[in-house]
Design a protein around this ligand. Structure first.
Ligand code: IDP
Ligand code: MG
Length: 133
């Protein structure tokens, strides 16, 4: 079934001019870009977007990182979009991400891992509503 998911290109990847390369990978892998947005995340949006992580030991670092620069948001569409994008993105920790995945190519660490991808259709709907209001 055709499905939507949310991709965020995080500040470490936009700062390194990898927006085009990452969007190109996504399009080459069968995703259609339905909507696209370049923006900055403020603290309030970070807390709402990452509600499940607020209070964890790494959250202050994550929040600082996500507020540190430009972010690209993309609504992507294809069959099984959520699972297929998570596969293309790879493991959270860039060092553990499989060869050829976005995080293996453009991530620098577990925190600065180049992209976000929704982890379920429900998360995708919630996150799309937060970013594309
Ligand atoms: P995911 O992005 O692969 O779904 P989550 O566990 O949901 O991974 O974590 C959300 C984001 O928080 C990660 O993408 C990463 O940027 C950051 N993060 C997760 N764990 C750590 C950590 O141990 N140290 C620093 N940052 C982390
Ligand atoms: Mg997650």
């Amino acid at each position: 079934m055709e499905e939507k998911t949310l991709l965020l290109i995080k500040p470490n990847a936009t700062a390194r001019n990898k927006i085009g390369a990452i969007l190109s990978m996504v399009e080459s892998n069968g995703f259609t870009i339905e909507e696209l947005k370049l923006f900055r995340m403020n603290g309030d949006l970070a807390d709402r977007f990452y509600a499940e992580h607020v209070g964890k030991d790494f959250y202050p670092e994550l929040k600082r990182f996500m507020m540190s620069g430009r972010i690209v948001g993309a609504i992507l569409k294809r069959e099984e979009a959520v699972v297929k994008l998570r596969e293309l993105v790879g493991n959270t920790d860039s060092a553990k991400a499989a060869l050829g995945t976005i995080r293996s190519l453009y991530g620098q660490s577990k925190g600065e891992n180049a992209v976000h991808a929704s982890d379920s259709p429900e998360s995708a709907a919630r996150e799309i509503a937060l970013i594309f209001t």
